[in-house]
Design a protein around this ligand. Structure first.
Ligand SMILES: NC(=O)c1ccc[n+]([C@@H]2O[C@H](COP(=O)([O-])OP(=O)(O)OC[C@H]3O[C@@H](n4cnc5c(N)ncnc54)[C@H](O)[C@@H]3O)[C@@H](O)[C@H]2O)c1
Length: 359
C-alpha cells in the first residue's frame, strides 16, 4: 500500500493507494469519528462494492443513501434528501459521511458533509480513476445548478482518501480513458517523467496492471497535494490543474453535457491549448504530435466535429468562472512538462486554435 500526505492550512490527511483496501476494516475505522456513518453511493457502485465496505464498517451504525447515477443528480435536490435522511436518523455533529463512488458521488457527499451542522467529518472512497487522481483530492466539493455546473460548493477537506485499485477492474473502458486524460495532464503541467512513464507503460495501463496504476495514481496525488498545499483556494498556482479545462468545459457544454465525458472534453481542450502554444512559438510541433499519439493510444478523442461552432465555444470560454478580467485566462504549455497561466491570446488566436482541432 502507498500513502500520500496532503496538508492544507492546519489539516493533514492521508491518501491510501493499494489493492483490496475497501474490505480493510482497520484502515477505514481510524477515520470514523463516532458510531454514526452515512455511506453515500449510487446503484452501479452499490451493486459492486457496498457489501465489502459495510462489512469493514460492521462495528458502526451504518446508514446508506443511494442517489441515482449521473451528473444530473449532483443537485441541490439530492443534497436536500441527504440532509433529510441525516436529520430523520438523528445524525449528530460527529457523524461521518463516507463517499463511495466516482466524482459525482464524492462532490455531492463532500458538499453534504461541509454543510450538515456546519461541517462533519467525511472520508472519500473513490471508485473511478478520475476520482482517485483528481476529484477526491484537494477538497473542492459542489453541486450543480440548472444554470451552471459546480456553482454551489465549498472547499472542505476529507479525513482520508482510500483509493482501492481493485475497483478499477470494473470501470467501463470509456470512463477509464477519461480518467487517463487527467493523469496525462499531470505529466504535462509539471512532471515530464510521468508523461514518459505513461508512454512506456501504456500497454500495462490499458490492461489495468495494478503496479503501473498505483505508480501513476501515487504520482498524480503527490502533484495534486503539492499544488493544493501551496494554493488551496486557487488564488495562483492551483490554476495550472485546469490545463485544457477552459476549452474542455466549452466543448462539454456544446455537447449538452451528454456527448462527451469530462475527461474526453479535457483531452480535446488540451490539444487546442497545445495548438495555440505551438502556433505562437511556445512549443515544438513534435510535442503536439507526441501528445496526440498518447491520447489516441488511450482511445481518447483529439478533435471536435467540423460542424462545431467555434464562436459559440469562444463565447462560453469568455464566461468561464476562472477568468478574472474580460480576457480569457488560459493554461498553455511552454516546454516539456511545464505550463504558463496567460491572458495573452485574443479572440482570433483562440478561435484559430479551436478550428485547428476540427475533424
Ligand atoms: N472536486 C473536484 O476537484 C473535481 C475534479 C474533477 C471532476 N470533478 C467532478 O467529478 C465528476 C465526474 O466524476 P467521474 O468521472 O468519476 O464520474 P462519475 O462519478 O459519474 O462516474 C462515472 C460512471 O462510472 C460508474 N462507476 C463508478 N465507479 C465504478 C466502478 N468502480 N466500476 C464500474 N462503474 C463505476 C458511475 O456509477 C458512473 O456511471 C463531475 O461531476 C466533475 O464535476 C470534481
Amino acid at each position: 500500500m502507498k500513502q500520500v500526505s496532503v496538508s492544507v492550512d492546519n489539516h493533514q490527511y492521508p491518501i491510501f493507494i493499494g489493492e483490496n483496501l475497501l474490505s480493510s476494516g482497520s484502515l477505514i475505522s481510524d477515520y470514523i469519528a463516532s458510531d454514526q456513518v452515512l455511506i453515500v453511493t449510487n446503484p452501479t457502485v452499490k451493486e459492486l462494492y457496498l457489501q465489502p465496505l459495510k462489512d469493514a464498517l460492521s462495528s458502526f451504525q451504518v446508514e446508506v443513501f443511494e442517489m441515482s447515477d449521473g451528473e444530473v443528480f449532483k443537485s441541490l435536490e439530492t443534497f436536500e434528501k441527504i440532509m433529510q435522511q441525516m436529520l430523520l436518523k438523528g445524525f449528530r455533529r460527529n457523524a461521518t459521511i463516507v463517499a463511495l463512488g466516482g466524482g459525482v458521488v464524492g462532490d455531492l457527499a463532500g458538499f453534504s458533509a461541509a454543510c450538515y451542522q456546519r461541517g462533519i467529518p467525511f472520508v472519500q472512497v473513490p471508485t473511478t480513476l478520475l476520482a482517485m487522481v483528481d476529484s477526491s483530492v484537494g477538497g473542492k466539493t459542489a453541486v450543480n445548478h440548472p444554470l451552471a455546473k459546480n456553482m454551489i460548493g465549498a472547499f472542505y477537506q476529507p479525513q482520508a482518501v482510500i483509493a482501492d485499485l481493485t475497483c478499477l477492474s470494473s470501470l467501463p473502458a470509456r470512463e477509464f480513458s477519461a480518467g487517463m486524460a487527467e493523469v496525462i495532464k499531470y505529466g504535462l503541467i509539471t512532471d515530464f517523467t510521468l508523461f514518459e512513464f505513461i508512454e512506456q507503460q501504456s500497454t500495462a495501463l490499458l490492461a489495468r496492471d495494478a503496479k503501473a496504476l498505483s505508480s501513476i495514481i501515487e504520482r498524480c496525488c503527490q502533484i495534486k497535494a503539492e499544488v493544493v498545499n501551496a494554493d488551496e483556494r486557487e488564488q495562483g498556482v492551483r490554476a495550472i490543474l485546469n490545463l485544457g479545462h477552459t476549452f474542455g468545459h466549452a466543448i462539454e457544454k456544446a455537447g449538452n453535457y451528454r456527448h462527451w465525458l469530462h475527461g474526453e472534453a479535457v483531452a480535446i481542450g488540451t490539444m487546442m491549448a497545445f495548438q495555440l502554444a505551438c502556433c505562437h512559438g511556445l512549443i515544438e510541433q513534435s510535442y503536439v504530435e507526441r501528445l496526440e499519439t498518447l491520447f489516441l493510444a488511450f482511445n481518447l478523442p483529439t478533435k471536435v466535429p467540423s460542424s462545431t461552432n467555434a464562436d459559440e465555444l469562444f463565447e462560453t470560454m469568455r464566461h468561464d468562472k476562472k477568468n478574472i478580467s474580460d480576457k480569457i485566462r488560459l493554461i498553455v504549455p511552454n516546454g516539456l512538462g511545464t505550463v504558463i497561466i496567460t491572458e495573452q491570446f485574443d479572440r482570433d488566436q483562440i478561435t484559430q486554435a479551436i478550428t485547428s482541432c476540427f475533424d
